[in-house]
Write a protein that binds this ligand. Sequence first.
Ligand code: KG4
Ligand code: ZN
Length: 345
Amino acid sequence: MGVVLGIESSCDETAAALVTHDRRILAERIASQVDEHAPYGGVVPEIAARAHSERLAPLVQEVLDDAGLTLADCDAIAATAGPGLIGGVMVGLVTAKALAMAGDKPLLAVNHLEGHALSPRLADAALQFPYALLLVSGGHCQILRVEGVGRYSRLATTIDDALGEAFDKTAKILGLGYPGGPAVEKLARGGDPRAVPLPRPLVGSGEPHFSFAGLKSAVMRVHESGEHADADIAASFQQAAIDCVIDRLGVAFETMPPVYALVVAGGVAANAAMRGALEDFAATLGLPFSAPPMALCTDNAAMIAWAGQERLAAGFAADPLDVSARPRWPLDPDAAPARGAGVKA
Ligand code: KG4
Ligand code: ZN
């Protein structure tokens, strides 16, 4: 039946899943580390790495048990090999190498971003290449043209913060704790998105890149002024973020060769207001809009197993057992850096 075991450990979720070539998720488990990191208001890399190493092996056994399978039934082992917090990535990759060696199975070292980029095709069998992808997570904020497995053309990236990071920082300013995105969205539901004047960084610029640092600083100033209700700040921030995304997409589409669909992936794709705005934008272009179900948007192992399936189907070779973990690993190494881009790929 063609089963790939997927492993994800690049940030604060330890996850394992079994996915078939015909898009069935046979078993899936995610151990979140939210409770461990919450006291620090963000992910602490050392705590994450230790938690991954404690939980991953039992988690793999649990998904095999859930599916009634053994390692021998798996056709390949796929693990995130980067980009991400290097300690966690190494735990996942070493575990995958050990399983591949013990079971004499091919090892697939998967780019976490490729997992996000292909996740919509796990949920939607009709989605064909090429498609436009808005990839918005805690660490990444990019517009890509997904041309095929392993073929990604990056049109835009962020010159400072990622969109999920902007949600997380806004949550911190408003005292909502971590993880921030869902908390900001919840608070925004009771607020007025036009109540607080906030900037829309780079809106109107001719290049489709993103910037959110100025928006975050404005949120901080507005909050300190004490003149606005937190719900109004959250709603106005979310609206500003959405306006930026739609404007930047508009610029990207001016130069993008034709695509079959607009797709969103990554943790921020779980935001319902963002999804609604993207759906409306796609309609103005006459394009179908596709977003994976919530559970496939945030970090998970099914998307890593699926990326492995896609690589096998596309005829990619297995990776050698000495393949390295990569803290940075751009999907499109040829993309020109954005003006003023810092350390974020
Ligand atoms: O893809 P993901 O799980 O991990 C990374 O690879 O970064 O994305 C996590 C990010 C966090 O910044 C989180 O605050 C954001 O996605 N996020 C949201 C929502 N759910 C998660 N942002 C806005 N609204 C949401 N509902
Ligand atoms: Zn992610």
